[in-house]
Design a protein around this ligand. Structure first.
Ligand code: GAR
Length: 205
């Protein structure tokens, strides 16, 4: 199911991308990040890709329907020979056709322990709810938002006096370690999807 040529899609800062690229550089993660795409011209992820010598492209969503936009993404990914799509802070929802096309080949990271706090503002949702633990989830993308089978989760405590920023920092520190690990396990674990469960034949994170 998964392979080793990765395309990353981002809407923002790109710190998860940086940690993935560092994990590749150190030899921990046996993949090639071949392409980085962004829907924001100023996305930090594009600059990080350039710094690491990875081909990158801003694809402008202006005036395009969701289907048209996703077709452009797919053309770029296919042209580059990408077989695993990794989302790092990509804030658009895919069209059903895109998800079908890359079935079980799109990973996303969400800054909460799914199924809690889906959608935007996961840190605020966690603080408002008063949970004692939140965390991060790496999961396969399906047709529903923040919903597909879970690859890996890391719990993170919410501490007394936490603000949005302090909680975000703690969760994102966990993410930077978790995403390379999850990608490695997904690639090496000979995974298969059984209903909502991702079954790994080869070890667990
Ligand atoms: C990460 O915290 C990720 O979990 C979140 O965006 C941030 C991206 O940071 N993703 C989502 O909210 C997706 N719904 P980065 O651009 O520095 O990697």
């Amino acid at each position: 199911m998964p392979s080793r040529i990765i395309g990353v899609i981002s809407s923002g800062r790109g710190e998860n991308l940086r940690h993935i690229l560092e994990a590749v550089r150190s030899g921990y993660l046996p993949v090639e990040v071949r392409l980085v795409l962004a829907d924001q011209r100023e996305a930090g992820a594009l600059k990080i890709a350039r710094d690491y010598g990875v081909e990158c492209l801003f694809i402008d969503p202006a005036g395009l329907t969701r289907e048209e936009y996703d077709q452009k993404l797919a053309q770029a990914l296919d042209k580059a020979g990408v077989d695993l799509v990794v989302l790092t802070g990509y804030m658009r929802i895919f069209s059903p056709g895109f998800v079908r096309n890359y079935k079980n080949r799109i990973l996303n990271i969400h800054p909460a322990l799914l199924p809690s706090f889906r959608g935007v503002n996961a840190f605020k949702q966690a603080l408002d709810y008063g949970v004692k633990w939140t965390g991060t989830t790496i999961h396969l993308v399906d047709e529903e938002v923040d919903h597909g089978p879970i690859v890996y989760q890391v719990p993170v405590p919410v501490e007394e006096g936490d603000t949005y920023e302090s909680l975000k920092t703690r969760v994102q520190m966990a993410e930077f370690e978790a995403y390379p690990k999850a990608i490695k396990v997904f690639i090496e674990g000979r995974p298969r999807v059984e209903g909502r469960r991702l079954v790994l034949e080869n070890g667990s994170p």
